[in-house]
Write a protein that binds this ligand. Structure first.
Ligand code: ACO
Length: 468
């Protein structure tokens, strides 16, 4: 059986277009600080009319293959996680086959997984399980999380975002799954869903979705601790993880979720919480679960107690989600990418816990063990390839009025046929795919912007190895 199965390589793509949350607050007539402090968000990325989940996936897949020097024939499984429905039957995965067919590789298992923001995690588990299984044929798995998160005008609109992430899966990985350490929570709720197939926008019960998220955090953590304790014969606490990474609809919920774990550790009398913490949070231990989600004093006190640990264990994971917004399936992995970006040189031998949440609902907490790895599949090379700092720096800020205008055009275009786009690729980096046309049979056509990609090794049609 393959050992240390996990993430060998990653790349991330987000659109070059964004708005400032501060400007959106003013534009929406929201009170100053509501989106920036209240939700904890800095900026929000979005697709213009030439980009969508398929173009972003094409871009990130070809970028990953090129930059790590992976032969497209070496991919044996390709899984996509997305909740951005473009076609009710044809998977996004089949669009990506264009990249592999050119190299004569049509022997690739896998299709799309959908359940709100959880689809990417389902796709990732499928790939990891495949490599660990008897049907593995020795090739790599490739997972794509791709979403454009857009909301109707109103309180949820500032919690949008857009991105695609590609994750290469195989044995002897620098980011290995501790496959036995997983705790899940699945339930039937209507917190966020997309029943109207004529609209890209979800129906959202915002308050319910916040409570469901926190309930899922609690329940997954309890299951996770239980499994750890059965396996290792000792108690688990947040001290046993160097970093914790959360699905991030907006940063404030991540702060609250981590504080919830600290409260859980207090209830379990775990070693991670000091005497002061126990003193401050102990009085809340008599609350029922239901009461505890609504208790503002508990929320405030636990965030206060958790703050130093949050700064050390969570804050390094928040960069991209705060800058780009909720990327749905890509959100958790963009948070993880932020950690690699910030801390790649000090992650050797560390355990990182991830929490994935998809409304409806499906949630899992799982564990990764990190080591430096060897080029090209090393943490430092993953950070170099993703080049997060440069990608963020080279974006172009749009005023909110222009963003609203683009949202209106996209509403009109959603599900439409027989149109051509502006084909304006001037804002896109070389090597980026973009939408050119949807014909009278709803068939979508994409082009790739010519020239070298940002690290100077991608050409328009070729794949040049820089790895091995
Ligand atoms: N300065 C500072 N803080 C402010 C200000 C201000 N001027 N005004 C409001 N706030 C605070 C509020 O006190 C609140 O903080 P709290 O949560 O600590 O109490 C926060 O800003 C948000 O304000 P609300 O009035 O609660 O916001 P509203 O209800 O209008 O919308 C919501 C927030 C529900 C998150 C909405 O954006 C939404 O529905 N988003 C989509 C759903 C979502 O993301 N759910 C999360 C899980 S599901 C998923 O991932 C899709």
């Amino acid at each position: 059986m393959a050992e240390n199965v996990g993430i060998l390589a990653m790349d991330i793509y987000f659109p070059p277009t964004f708005i400032q949350q501060e400007a959106l607050e003013a534009h929406d007539g929201a009170s100053k600080g509501k989106y920036t402090i209240g939700l904890g968000q800095d900026c929000m990325g979005f697709c213009t009319e030439v980009e969508d989940v398929i173009s972003m996936s094409l871009t990130v897949v070809s970028s990953l293959l090129e930059k790590y020097g992976v032969d497209p024939k070496q991919i044996g499984r390709l899984e996509v996680g997305s909740e951005t429905v473009i076609d009710k039957s044809k998977s996004i995965k089949t669009f990506l086959m264009q990249i592999f067919e050119k190299y004569g590789n049509t022997d690739i298992e896998g299709v799309d997984s959908t359940n709100a923001c959880y689809g990417g995690t389902a796709a990732l588990f499928n790939c990891v399980n495949w490599v660990e299984s008897s049907s593995w044929d020795g090739r790599y798995g490739l997972v794509i999380c791709t979403d454009s998160a857009v909301y109707a005008e109103g309180p949820a609109r500032p919690t949008g975002g857009a991105a695609a992430i590609a994750i290469l899966v195989g044995p002897d990985a620098p980011i290995a799954f501790e496959s036995k350490l997983r705790g899940s929570y699945m339930s039937h709720v209507y917190d966020f869903y997309k029943p109207n197939l004529a609209s890209e926008y979800p129906v959202v019960d915002g308050k319910l979705s916040q409570t469901c998220y926190l309930m899922a955090v609690d329940s997954c953590y309890k299951q996770f601790c239980h499994k750890y304790e059965k396996l290792e014969g000792k108690q688990f606490s947040i001290s046993d993880a160097e970093y914790l990474v959360f699905h991030s609809p907006y940063n404030k919920l991540v702060q609250k979720s981590f504080a919830r774990l600290v409260f859980n550790d207090v209830l379990r009398n775990a070693s991670s919480v000091d005497e002061v913490g126990k003193e401050k949070l102990g009085p809340f231990s008599t609350l029922s679960d239901a009461e505890s989600y609504q208790n503002r004093d508990l929320e405030k006190a636990s965030q206060q107690v958790a703050k130093p640990l949050y700064d050390a264990k969570v804050q390094p994971t928040t960069l991209i989600p705060k800058q780009v917004g909720n990327m749905y399936t890509a959100s958790l992995y963009a948070a993880f990418a932020s950690l690699i970006h910030n801390k790649h040189s000090s992650l050797d031998g560390k355990r990182v816990i991830l929490f994935s949440y998809g409304s409806g609902l499906s949630a899992t907490m799982f564990s990764l063990q990190l080591r430096n790895g060897q080029h090209p599949f090393s943490l430092s090379n993953i950070a170099a390839v993703m080049d997060v700092g440069e990608k963020l720096k080279s974006r172009l800020e749009f005023p909110p009025e222009k963003f609203v205008e683009i949202m209106k055009l996209m509403e009109h275009r959603y599900g439409a046929k027989d149109f051509v786009t502006s084909k304006d690729s001037s804002l896109l980096s070389p090597g980026t795919y973009y939408l050119t046309e949807v014909d009278s049979m709803y068939r979508r056509f994409y082009a790739k912007k010519a020239g070298n990609s940002m690290n100077g090794i991608a050409t328009e049609n070729g794949v040049i190895a820089n790895g091995h």
